[in-house]
Ligand binder design. Structure first.
Ligand SMILES: [Zn+2]
Length: 277
C-alpha cells in the first residue's frame, strides 16, 4: 500500500522530474472517462465530465497520501489506497482491464488511474479542505515541532503503532514507515502515547522524518505495490524481517499483529517505558 514516499515518487514522476517521464503540467484536459463508477466520490459522474473538461493542469501537490492535481478552477484529489497507480501514456494504446479513470490531454497523451483492487478514490472539488480537512499535520511541516508533537502524543492514550497510522494524528505514515520509525526511535509499538517522555517524542518525530525522507530518496519501497524503481525495501530495519537479526543488537526481529496489521520490532532495542513487553 503506497504511503507518503510512494505517493511523492509518483507526484514527482508526473511532473517530469524523473528521467524519461513526461510532465503533465500545462496540459489541458479534453476528455475524461470513469470506468468504475465507485472510484469517483465527488461530484456525480455527469458533473465530473462537464466540469473537468477544459481545465488545465497547473501543478501537482500532495497532502499525506493524497495526490492533489491542481487544475484551473478545481483540484482533482486522488487516493491510491491499496493498489492504485497513476501514469501517463499515449491515447493510441489499448485500455487496461484495471483502468478506473482516464484523462485525455490536448497533446495526445492521457493520465491513467489504474487500480486492480478498486479501493482507490477520486474527488473533484473547488475546496480541497472538503476532503482533507480532518488530516493531521504533514510530517515535514516546520510548524510540527518536538514540543507540540510531545503534547499531541501525551494528550492521547493510544498505542504508538496504531496512532502513527491514524491519518488524523499525522498524515502520510502507514504500516511500513510506522514500523521503521518506531524501530529507529527505539520505541515499542504497543507503548501508550500518554507515557512517552519528551526525549521519546523528539526521537520519534526525528525518526518519522528520517524514514520518510530516506523513502523518498530511494523512490519508495517496491513491496505489495507496483515497481517504480523504488528500492527502500532493501534497507528496512524491521519490516518483513521477522526472525532475522536486528542490525543493532542481533536479536531476532519479532512480529506481532496490531490492529490487524503485521507489526515488526526488535524486542531488545524497543522496550516500552510503561512496562510494555
Ligand atoms: Zn535490536
Amino acid at each position: 500500500m503506497p504511503e507518503l514516499p510512494e505517493v511523492e515518487t509518483i507526484r514527482r514522476t508526473l511532473l517530469g522530474e524523473k528521467a524519461g517521464a513526461p510532465s503533465i503540467r500545462g496540459l489541458t484536459i479534453n476528455g475524461a472517462i470513469i470506468f468504475w463508477e465507485r472510484t469517483l466520490d465527488i461530484p456525480s459522474l455527469e458533473e465530473f465530465g462537464l466540469r473537468i473538461v477544459g481545465q488545465q493542469v497547473k501543478d501537482i501537490g500532495r497532502r499525506g497520501k493524497y495526490m492533489l492535481v491542481r487544475l484551473t478552477d478545481d483540484t482533482l484529489i486522488i487516493h491510491l489506497r491499496m493498489s492504485g497507480d497513476l501514469w501517463v501514456e499515449g491515447q493510441d494504446l489499448s485500455l487496461g482491464q484495471h483502468y478506473r479513470m482516464v484523462l485525455n490531454f490536448d497533446n495526445g497523451s492521457r493520465l491513467v488511474f489504474n487500480d486492480a483492487r478498486k479501493f482507490g478514490r477520486v474527488w473533484l472539488v473547488s475546496d480541497p479542505e472538503q476532503v482533507l480537512g480532518k488530516l493531521g499535520p504533514e510530517p515535514f511541516d516546520p510548524a510540527l515541532n518536538e514540543q507540540n508533537f510531545y503534547e499531541s502524543l501525551r494528550s492521547r492514550r493510544r498505542q504508538l503503532k496504531p496512532l502513527l497510522m491514524d491519518q488524523t494524528f499525522i498524515a502520510g505514515v502507514g504500516n511500513i514507515y510506522a514500523d521503521e520509525a518506531l524501530y529507529r526511535a527505539r520505541l515499542h509499538p504497543l507503548q501508550l502515547s500518554s507515557r512517552v517522555t519528551q526525549g521519546d517524542a523528539a526521537r520519534l518525530l526525528e525518526s518519522i522524518r528520517a524514514v520518510l525522507q530516506e523513502g523518498i530518496e530511494r523512490h519508495g519501497a517496491s513491496i505489495d505495490w507496483i515497481y517504480r524503481g523504488g528500492d527502500f525495501q532493501n534497507y528496512f530495519g524491521v519490516y518483513r524481517r521477522t526472525g532475522e537479526p536486528c542490525w543493532n543488537c542481533g536479536t531476532p526481529i519479532a512480529r506481532i499483529t496490531v490492529g490487524q496489521r503485521g507489526t515488526h520490532f526488535c524486542p531488545t532495542c524497543q522496550k516500552g517505558n510503561d512496562g510494555t513487553a
